[in-house]
Write a new protein. Structure first.
Length: 471
């Protein structure tokens, strides 16, 4: 009898060991991982990639008056290497001026023609005015001669005297007309000279401007600093052989490296979370061990389409606190924008959260040997976790995955949320009670308010119904 009891106990022990081993293996196969509910500081961070640039810089400009001479683009022939530290007045780049030199030669020819026309007009008017003055002198002599003849004819017959008087009058009239014509010719000559002089001054001014512009084809540094090439609209930096527009003739910049920015772009989905003044943690690809601090200074109001991207993004400027001599323009940065920080809250991994009908959020909570499908109230979330407002305590544990066989288990509702939900359902039900359907002659049914259904009374404010009055 004693041996039988020992054998039975041994068999029982083996069964228990096999059971627990099988249960452990099954749990591992089902990947039913249980994690504790976290409590503490919760952060919502937006991670982006940016590029360093100076907050302020001095532009290095090419000629900006070429559009006055119908030249709208220029080609860069030579440039210093990017990153070169230059002194004020030091050579930066040389632009191709072959097209401009052709225009300058044309302007030189136009200037010579204007000069020639001015001199020719001046000679012509001088000659014309000299002839007019000689004519006046001769007419004056003619008047005096006629007056002498008249004086000598006073002893002549009356007819001869009359003829002499007529000759004097004609000579005086010719003199007066010549004087008037001289004044008109003088004004005419003055206006002609003014016209050709104005044209000459204009051509001369254009020529002088072109000569001055020709000097700007050799670009020099306006201030000391480090040369950083400008980027075009396609994101590529200018280089030898690149073309620049006269509407934006910037070739390079001399950045102020004492204050640096990280220029980044935030997706349109996350930009509503970003505001000026938010703190940023900045990392550098070139120095993985270095961490910088910054603050958001500007969020663009208008989105843009970046190259090789389908989504709209908004530019965000992050000013780096302090200065660091190792920071160089165009370095790649990794930015963590702290959009939200909450102290002393409960949160669980997003994998633990499930939903039903897009309105009820729940988790699978471990309670001793049991598993409960618990509704939870949720708050803010980041890329990894979600804040739990109701339904869980600090010491609770939840499943990362759905335990096998519990998919159809009913959800343990939260009392407050369930009461609100029932109230909403009752409101919807009350609305439905006021809706009736009628059958149309063609067999279709149509929902209408109860008071409009033929033969039915309408509901009154006290809940009673009124029947239509009969004649």
């Amino acid at each position: 009898m004693k041996k039988k009891m020992i054998i039975a106990a041994s068999v029982l022990a083996v069964v228990v060991v096999v059971y627990f081993v099988f249960k452990e293996t099954s749990s591992e196969n089902l990947s039913e991982v249980v994690v504790p509910v976290n409590y503490g500081n919760f952060k919502v961070e937006i991670e982006t990639t940016g590029e360093l640039e100076a907050k302020s810089s001095v532009p290095i400009m090419g000629p900006n008056a070429l559009r006055n001479f119908r030249i709208y683009s220029l080609t860069i022939q030579k440039m210093v290497d990017e990153g070169t530290v230059v002194r004020k007045g030091q050579w930066i780049a040389t632009l191709d001026k072959s097209e401009f030199q052709g225009r300058l030669q044309d302007k030189q020819i136009e200037l010579d023609q204007a000069n020639s026309q001015y001199v020719q007009t001046q000679l012509d008017t001088t000659l014309q005015m000299r002839l007019s003055r000689d004519e006046l002198i001769n007419l004056q002599y003619n008047v005096e001669e006629m007056e002498i003849i008249l004086e000598q004819s006073k002893f002549e017959p009356p007819a001869t005297i009359k003829q002499a008087e007529i000759n004097v009058e004609k000579a005086r009239r010719s003199l007066n007309q010549a004087k008037q014509n001289y004044r008109i010719k003088k004004r005419q000559a003055t206006e002609q000279m003014r016209e050709v002089a104005t044209k000459l001054r204009k051509v001369q001014r254009d020529y002088n401007d072109m000569v001055a512009v020709e000097e700007s084809f050799t670009i020099k540094a306006p201030e000391p600093g480090m040369v950083i090439y400008k980027k075009g609209s396609d994101g590529r930096q200018v280089k030898e052989g690149s073309q620049i527009s006269v509407w934006d003739p910037t070739v390079a910049t001399l950045p102020d490296l004492s204050v640096m920015l990280s220029k980044t772009y935030v997706n349109e989905v996350d930009v509503r979370k970003v505001q000026s003044g938010q703190k940023v943690e900045i990392g550098l690809d070139a120095f993985p061990d270095k961490t910088l601090r910054g603050v958001v200074t500007r969020v663009a109001n208008v989105g843009e389409q970046r190259p090789n991207s389908d989504a709209k993004v908004f530019q965000v400027n992050i000013e780096i606190k302090g200065s660091d001599p190792s920071l160089k323009p165009a370095m790649t940065t990794s930015n963590k924008i702290l959009a939200l920080e909450i102290d002393s809250v409960l949160f669980v991994p997003l994998e633990c959260l499930h939903s039903k009908d897009d309105s009820i959020s729940f988790v699978y909570k471990k309670e001793g040997l049991l598993t409960v499908k618990q509704e939870v109230g949720i708050g803010d979330q980041n890329s990894d976790d979600v804040v739990i407002l109701q339904g869980l305590d600090m010491n609770d544990r939840v499943f990362l995955s759905v335990p096998e066989g519990l998919e159809d288990v009913s959800i343990a509702m939260l009392p407050q949320l369930d009461g609100k939900r029932r109230k909403k359902e009752e409101e919807v039900k009350e609305v439905d009670l006021n809706i009736r359907t009628i059958t149309m002659p063609d067999g279709r049914t149509m929902p209408v308010p109860a008071e409009r259904v033929p033969g039915e009374g309408s509901r009154t404010g006290n809940g009673t119904s009124r029947k239509p009055a009969s004649n």
